[in-house]
Design a protein around this ligand. Structure first.
Ligand code: SF4
Length: 476
């Protein structure tokens, strides 16, 4: 059985402030979405430091140049407001970058002093209404003290669709695939899958080239690639939308409703406003969740059967599960990261006979436990420790106090120091991964992604066993 730990039965050392949060800042998530749109420059309304921190984080993970403009708050702007800086920033971006879209996200500071950014945009557009080359200006509200990089990501997906989706025209039989915060490699994989089903899809956001491009001969200020603006405009003409993930930006916390967040996903917006069918399923990791995704694609593609290529991949995955089962069965796992990622990984972990002892997220949607319960179904146990809105410090205290003795951690590189202390392997998935290269090439989704994940897990466990063996061995 799982550990009998219950949160209330131990005194967990709580810090007064948040220390080493299991999340990143909201506008960071928004910037990833903006970088997945054709010819778009992200801009933060706030201090230079916010843009620098976000650029630093994204560059370390994706290993690509990332430009993020800033309205560059100073002491004076903080007191008297930043409209003048905002307008100057837009002027400079238009002159230097010639973007088709300037996508603005707010920051803690601009939200705290109550900047009315929608009004700034309205007045700027009004002032320049005779300029036919004025780019689209999109705004997403991302006060980081209210959310995470994950909620910021989905707020941006929502705002972009709300701003660009155009009424008019006939349904053109494509689908909208809102693919969630996944790696560039997984975006490419999803594109290949939907194309193999004969489905035309708008995948959004698509940073598979902009954040994982080839070498350039000459520097390009805005990298080529991204979801086309035309496709985003036509998202209102789709036959249906698929959202991968159950939590997205759908927060049940009433406190969130007090902000100008709209607790509605992009798919829900298109359904409510334009009557477009919405299918929401989990991130397809493992056989069960991938089967659901493939069945959905089959039905959307007018009963086209699953291509043989994927039947074979599924078969190879089952064969691999059989090969590796004896090494993973009963292993005790800690999973942490974005809510939807943790849910999908927990589903995979129980599918292969491992035990998710501790599921941790920095998100505070209020839906984490219920969704885990639903997805794990009969495999759910009340003895799984579930913590939302958590810090790494709290996570470490839980592990120490509960004596759960994990065999493995799965999550981003920020948990490495805990894995090091515990002397257990860390399988790096999600965001950020700062201590390895190639995070952008991690394939996690569908049968092929699961093959890669399962092999990493088995090999990490084998390596530890081999390393700890007094005599060592070269054959098994
Ligand atoms: S101040 Fe807020 S918006 Fe800026 S980097 Fe920090 S958390 Fe992000």
């Amino acid at each position: 059985m799982y550990s009998s730990y219950h949160e209330n039965s131990f005194s967990i050392k709580e810090t007064r402030g948040t220390c080493n949060a299991c999340k990143q800042c909201s506008p960071l998530g928004a910037c990833v979405v903006f970088l997945g749109i054709e010819n778009t420059l992200p801009m933060l309304h706030g201090s230079q430091g916010c843009a620098t921190y976000i650029r630093r984080y994204l560059i370390s993970h994706f290993r690509e140049p990332v430009d993020i403009a800033s309205s560059n708050f100073s002491e004076e702007t903080t007191i008297f407001g930043g409209e003048k800086n905002f307008n100057t920033s837009l002027d400079n971006i238009i002159i230097q970058y010639h973007p088709k879209i300037i996508a603005v996200a707010s920051t803690c500071l601009s939200e705290t002093i109550g900047e009315d950014i929608k009004r700034f945009i309205y007045e700027y557009k009004n002032l320049h209404k005779k300029n036919k080359k004025l780019p689209e200006i999109i705004f997403t509200s991302t006060p980081s003290y209210k959310g995470t990089h994950y909620s910021g990501f989905h707020e941006a997906v929502y705002s972009v669709v709300e701003s660009l989706a155009n009424e008019g025209g006939n349904c053109d039989n494509h689908i909208n695939l809102f693919s969630n915060f996944i790696s560039p490699e997984d975006i490419r994989h999803l594109k290949e899958i939907v194309a193999d089903f004969g489905i035309r899809a708008m995948i959004f956001p698509d940073y598979s080239d902009t954040l994982d491009g080839a070498l350039w001969d000459t520097y390009q200020r805005i990298p080529p690639g991204g979801t086309s603006i035309n496709d985003l405009k036509n998202s209102a003409l789709a036959s249906s939308s698929i959202e991968l993930g159950y939590v997205l930006n759908l927060d049940v916390n009433s406190s969130r409703l007090k902000t100008n967040f709209l607790s509605q996903s992009a798919g829900e917006y298109l359904k409510t406003k334009f009557g477009i069918n919405l299918y929401r399923i989990g991130l397809p990791v493992g056989i069960r969740e991938t089967d659901i995704f493939f069945q959905l694609l089959s039905s959307i593609s007018l009963a086209k059967s699953v291509p043989e290529k994927y039947e074979k991949q599924r078969g190879r995955l089952i064969d691999l599960y059989i090969d590796g089962h004896k090494y993973v069965f009963g292993k005790r796992v800690i999973i942490y990261g974005e809510e939807d990622l943790v849910v999908s990984l927990a589903s995979f972990v129980v599918e292969v006979g491992m035990k998710p002892l501790l599921c941790v997220t920095g998100g505070e949607s209020g839906k984490f436990k219920n969704i885990l319960q639903c997805v794990l179904s009969n495999s759910f146990s009340n003895e799984i420790i579930i913590k939302q809105g958590a810090t790494f410090e709290q996570m470490e205290n839980i592990i120490i106090n509960s004596e759960i003795q994990p065999d493995l951690m799965i999550g981003n590189s920020k948990g490495y120091y805990i894995a090091r202390k515990l002397k257990i392997p860390l399988i790096r998935v999600g965001f950020p991964i700062h201590d390895r290269i190639g995070a952008y090439h991690n394939k996690l989704l569908c049968y092929e992604g699961t093959i890669s994940l399962f092999e990493q897990i088995v090999n990490a466990l084998l390596e530890k066993k081999q390393h700890n063996s007094s005599m060592g061995y070269k054959y098994m």
